[in-house]
Design a protein around this ligand. Structure first.
Ligand SMILES: Cc1cc2nc3c(=O)[nH]c(=O)nc-3n(C[C@H](O)[C@H](O)[C@H](O)COP(=O)(O)OP(=O)(O)OC[C@H]3O[C@@H](n4cnc5c(N)ncnc54)[C@H](O)[C@@H]3O)c2cc1C
Length: 455
């Protein structure tokens, strides 16, 4: 039995006070040793767990002989964001879930190997990509998150003239404004975005489609359009006190920390409230990120308040374990019913109730039910809501005939085409909040569909 190489990490008591990367990456020796665990099965299953179809067996084989240049070339044949995916993809439910080794022991650490190759290349200096001869076709990509970046990359490689419109001042979507520096350093995202612009993609930032220009306008200017505008509109619970001073949506809180660089205090004096006692409502990756950021900004106590039990927490296990090690308190089977404030409308805490799990609901998860008489107060000066997001409806303004579902997501066919001919969509704006790699897969599918449509 071969033992999976452990990922070196910053000690929990140190990293809880800094924004530097938690996972430090494999050494060259570890990377080769881990690659050697791959048994080169005759019918490898791992690739079917990768929405962007990386030739996983081939790149790992190259790593066995330390040919990391060849390994990264193989990864980049289908994935333009390897340093990102190697860090944040939930590999345990994707490629690694299909690894044959996983039946008897731990699967090959495919994500960590991908990260190693991307970091190896970055340290050496990334080769500028080759540009393709222009087809003369113009394609607009709206949104520069993983879906938009993957679509733009494949469309540019096919020779189309791609213009990417982004509402914010920096490209990357959630990768730049949501996922914190300690999980995904921003200079790494910026370098992977640069690689895509070097393919010839023109980036227009600070450009809100639906306001400055509409899809109806763009149809006259472009031969095809891809919509990858994500699901960045935060949901709230609709309970009393949510408009008190000190209540944030996780998106706003994380945007202030990441995009507005509160993590670089005092270099940047970002307007953000630094709480001493912080409650984060929710149990997904977003909740874990918000909680761990609040801790690093100097809170004495940060609690996750989640209405189901540990087993149902939707965040990646690794993130939950990291949060626990850092001292985040988990108030499970607990739900806030009211946010409390003082006479100056500042948050003072949350009234919560205890929950128990009943029969499974439509999602298959056991339905949480309130335990009568379990009301109690949790003190706090900040409450962060991380209970999900929806697509921003702005994109539908001036988009005649663009059909949406009752959840506000854009409806597409199996090829990613919307109800408007020549307009494709993909990523969170179609599926609702999902994952980086599924958004990238949808971007690539749409690029393929647009290619066929144009040529
Ligand atoms: C805090 C957080 C942590 C996460 N952690 C993980 C993780 O560890 N692993 C993982 O796989 N997934 C994670 N996710 C989910 C993942 O980031 C998303 O599923 C993914 O980013 C979706 O990609 P997208 O391109 O569809 O949308 P987004 O990344 O949301 O990008 C959409 C872009 O479109 C822009 N835009 C929106 N409307 C307009 C408009 N009208 N005009 C112009 N531009 C517009 C937005 O500004 C944004 O930049 C996390 C999400 C969050 C919020």
């Amino acid at each position: 039995m071969s033992v999976r190489q452990a990922m070196p990490v910053q000690p929990a008591d140190v990293r809880a006070h800094n924004f530097k990367e938690v996972a430090l990456g494999y050494t060259q020796e570890q990377a080769v040793a881990e690659a050697e665990r791959c048994i080169e099965c005759k019918k490898p299953q791992c690739v079917k767990g990768c929405p962007v179809n990386i030739d996983i067996p081939a790149f790992i084989k190259s790593m066995k002989t330390s040919d990391f240049d060849d390994a990264i070339d193989k990864i980049k044949e289908t994935n333009s964001l390897p340093a990102v995916c190697g860090r944040v993809c939930p590999q345990e439910t994707q490629c690694e879930m299909y690894c044959i080794l996983g039946k008897k022991e731990e699967p090959v650490a495919i994500g960590r190997l991908e990260r190693f190759c991307a970091d190896y290349e970055r340290e050496k200096g990334v080769k500028a990509p080759q540009r393709t001869t222009s087809t003369g076709k113009r394609v607009a990509v709206v949104g520069s998150g993983p879906a938009g970046l993957a679509a733009a990359s494949d469309l540019a490689k096919a020779g189309h003239e791609v213009t990417m419109f982004e509402a914010l001042h920096s490209a990357g979507g959630v990768l730049i404004y949501g996922i914190p520096e300690f999980r995904l350093p921003k200079d790494i995202v910026a370098e992977e975005v640069d690689y895509i612009t070097q393919l010839g993609v023109e980036l227009k930032s600070g450009y809100v489609i639906g306001k400055i220009k509409t899809i109806d306008d763009m149809k006259n200017e472009f031969d095809a359009i891809f919509l990858g505008t994500g699901a960045g509109l935060p949901n709230f619970m609709g309970i009393d006190g949510e408009n008190l001073n000190g209540v944030y949506s996780a998106n706003e809180f994380l945007t202030r920390v990441n995009l507005m660089k509160a993590y670089q205090f005092p270099e940047y004096d970002t307007p953000i409230k630094r709480g001493k006692r912080v409650i984060v409502v929710g149990g997904g990756n977003v909740a874990m990120d918000a909680a761990r950021c609040a801790l690093r900004l100097g809170a004495d106590e940060v609690s996750i308040v989640y209405r189901r039990s540990d087993e149902e927490l939707p965040a990646r296990r690794e993130e939950i374990e990291h949060a626990k090690e850092e001292g985040i308190v988990f108030r499970l089977l607990t739900n806030p019913v009211k946010i409390l404030g003082d006479e100056n409308l500042m948050v003072t805490g949350a009234e919560c109730v205890k929950m128990e799990l009943g029969e499974p609901d439509d999602s298959g998860r056991r339905r949480p039910q309130v335990i009568e008489g379990s009301e109690h107060v949790v003190d706090a000066d900040i409450v962060i809501m991380a209970i999900g997001t929806s697509p921003n409806p702005l994109i539908f303004e001036g988009a005649t005939g663009l059909e949406k579902s009752k959840w506000g997501t854009i409806i597409v066919d199996e090829a990613g085409m919307t109800s408007i001919d020549g307009v494709c969509a993909g990523g969170d704006v179609v599926t609702g909040a999902a994952t980086v790699i599924s958004a990238m897969g949808a971007g690539k599918l749409a690029a393929h569909t647009i290619n066929e449509y144009l040529l």
